[in-house]
Design a protein around this ligand. Structure first.
Ligand code: NCD
Length: 322
């Protein structure tokens, strides 16, 4: 494993290796001796986080993971404004520069092809921590790890994926990972304009994973083993519609959102149609598409995903830096 760019690069065997390492990290982090052992394992190494788009969980979990491995961390959040990007430096030149200072680069960027472009010039591993409306492979690994942990399997699952699937990168990466395992059936719930890209559907067809699309949330929920909900990607609608950058739009009132949030909200009524063993997931941040009252339901697993993110990312950094 040289870079982590796309969910498409993984096969079952690679994922089994990552999850075995993740299980070990989880155990190590639970004890003082384990934490000390981990913290001694990558002393003298440096990880760089280069984030051109906002993040809470992804950046901090990677930085926490690096810290737990004993790595030093250099970081630029809001790299769009606080790095030389604003002076006109190309992504490629920034990557060449950061690679001189760090042994691994964890990058989030607004362009779909940014991770591939970075990897093409980087002498050190690049981890795609979210690329435009394209992919977010490490999120999908922690999502799949959560599914394995909570549902006990990664195959033979009815997975209902809902929200803004046209602009959401987490749903796209997760769908691709789920297609590696037999007998998964994916139901995509959204409005027709915000449905998942044809490229993903084609990929599922190639892999023989059955799927359907619907705007009937309640109809989809009652059969689900996994419900994976996502937010409306307002900033991507606005920037696409207005042809302007994210920065200009922040703080301005964004164009009226489609009815997605209200029509597809997981609320008490939705909980009632789900099976007792269904697990409810969300990559976070959430807006109104999962009501806060759902958090107390034992089926809600989105804060478990957050914890698993640290374990999976620690395992990934460990494996990439070997
Ligand atoms: C997601 C992302 O950045 O794509 N967040 C995350 O990493 N957990 C989801 C989102 O922003 O909606």
């Amino acid at each position: 494993m040289q870079h982590i760019l796309s969910a498409r690069q993984f096969d079952q065997e690679a994922i089994a290796d990552i999850f075995a390492r993740t299980d070990l990290v989880r155990e190590q982090l639970a004890t003082r001796d384990g934490r000390r052992e981990l913290a001694a394992s990558h002393l003298g190494e440096v990880a760089a986080t280069l984030f051109y788009e906002p993040s809470t969980r992804t950046r901090l979990s990677f930085e926490s993971a690096a810290a737990r491995l004993g790595m030093g961390i250099i970081s630029t959040e809001n790299a769009k404004e606080y790095s030389s990007s604003i002076k006109g430096e190309s992504l490629e030149d920034s990557i060449r520069t950061v690679a001189a200072y760090a042994g691994v680069i964890i990058m989030r960027h607004g362009d779909d092809d940014s991770a591939e472009r970075a990897a093409a010039v980087s002498p050190v591993p690049v981890i795609n921590a979210g690329a435009g409306k394209g992919e977010h492979p490490t999120q999908s690994l922690l999502d799949l790890y959560t599914i394995r942990h909570e549902a006990g399997r990664t195959d033979d699952l009815k997975v209902v994926i809902g929200g803004d699937l046209a602009h959401g990168r987490t749903a796209r990466s997760l769908a691709q990972l789920l297609s590696l395992y037999p007998n998964n059936h994916l139901t995509f719930v959204s409005t027709p304009e915000l449905q998942i890209g044809q490229d993903i559907l084609d990929h599922l067809d190639e892999r023989g994973t059955t799927h359907e699309q619907t705007d009937d949330m309640f109809g989809a929920l009652h059969e689900a083993d996994v419900v994976y909900w996502t937010r409306l990607q307002k900033e991507r609608h606005a920037s696409v519609a207005a042809g302007r950058g994210l920065r200009k739009l922040l703080g301005k009132k964004l164009p009226a959102a489609p009815t997605l949030e209200s029509a597809f909200s997981i609320n008490q009524a939705a909980l009632q149609v789900m099976k007792p063993a269904t697990i409810i997931m969300h990559p976070l941040p959430r807006n109104h598409e999962i009501e806060a009252s759902v958090d107390a339901d034992p089926r809600a697993k989105y804060f478990d995903q957050v914890k698993n993110g640290l374990y999976v990312r620690t395992a990934l950094l460990d494996m990439l830096s070997k």
